[in-house]
Write a protein that binds this ligand. Sequence first.
Ligand SMILES: Cc1ncc(COP(=O)(O)O)c(C=O)c1O
Length: 471
Amino acid sequence: MTHVGDDRFAKMLGDLYPYGKTTTTYHRVPAEPVDRAAILAEIADMAHAEDARGDRGTVSGSLYCGDHDHYHFLGEVFDLYSHANVLQRDMYPSATKFEGEIIAMTSDLLHGTGVGVVTSGGSESLITALYSYREHARQTRGVTRPNVVMPVTAHVALDKGAHWMGIEVRHAPLTEGYVADVAEMSKLIDDQTIALVGSAANYAHGLIDPIEEIAGLALSRGIGMHVDGCLGGWLLPWVERLGYDLPLWDFRVPGVTSISADTHKYGYALKGSSVLLYRDKDLRKNQYFTYPDWPGGLYVSPGFAGSRSGGILAATWAAMLATGESGYLAAADGIMRTAVTIRDGIRADIPELEVFGEPTFLVAFKAAGDLDIYLVNDALMAQGWRMNPLQLPPGLHFCITRPNTAPGVAESFLETLRGAVAYAEQHHGEPAQSGAVYGFGGTPQGNAMVKAVMVGVLDAMHEVAPDVPAS
Ligand SMILES: Cc1ncc(COP(=O)(O)O)c(C=O)c1O
């Protein structure tokens, strides 16, 4: 029996293996070493081809920096410590310098108290924070059925962490302005609530939740509050310094007890680093693990990871130094100018679209009428633009990064977007190719089918290219 979507699913899986027919597929370790130059050449071909679109400035989010000189420099730094295991501080005491200073610089930016840890990315920071709150609530209030209260737009890594750790997630709806509805959050709190969460800014719409109100609520109920600044944490402080009108969202707000800020996004570091800051050491120590009785020796570990590469720490530290305040400010200036041009251009000239709320560096939009926004995305994709599709409600977002700030990119995007809207009007009622997976959802059967498809994709992502004879 064929199902609606079988073709699309097959295509989705096929797209996972573009190199299946053009490169050797390894099912086992090659018997003899492959020539290093050949390996490098093959990787370089793939890397250059895959980078090309991002470098043209037509991609939302993902790249953040885009400066290949910077990447090369970070690569050189990484090279010096790539093999170093920072768990072994007697061998690599430089790790303490790098890690402590990364935390200090991030804390300074966010008006923190200098307490934090470095993690592998936003998800690890969020999940670790959740763990610390769960333990804190268990120890101080005897909480045994923990729940966390957050708006539906809070990052899904929190749902993942809660799923792994047996924490119930209570999702609050949004206001008409698409930010957390604090009154609704308040109704979801009970004596088992371990923390409240807000974002600065959230992934879907790039909006800053009313952090002062949420933190005030947290204080009044005697619980902690995490601000997910994974996306905005390393950008919004510079935007504020440039004079843009932003609400307070960092440790200047009483009641904010932890913040995550990803250095591998707008910190312009290599992928694999984020900072989780705490207001006090007491909360942080929940994530520490010490085990003095192991035959392998005294074991101390600050977080989820065991061995960690010194290369990431060194490169993150080097990214901060090599960019400097003036570099971060200049980047933020370009990003904001581009975002404002796009936001205002949509509002002024494309009445078929509606911008979500009051954006800063990420502009999300949806159809103002019955336009199919995924058809708009089809047309954008055909012209080489890669947006991030949203659902509930359907929309697209353009997270502005440095490659998008090149002269003419914003104007060219607006022109293509106008054409894409015209395309969607002409093809009204036809099924869209992009974002189609969302089209299956919305009903229990539909969502079950989406889940099955997603599991199939995850399986496929961990397998070699199909239809390739074993070598
Ligand atoms: C607001 C927000 N939080 C958390 C994350 C998760 O970060 P990571 O992909 O580094 O795990 C993201 C990623 O885009 C994000 O935008």
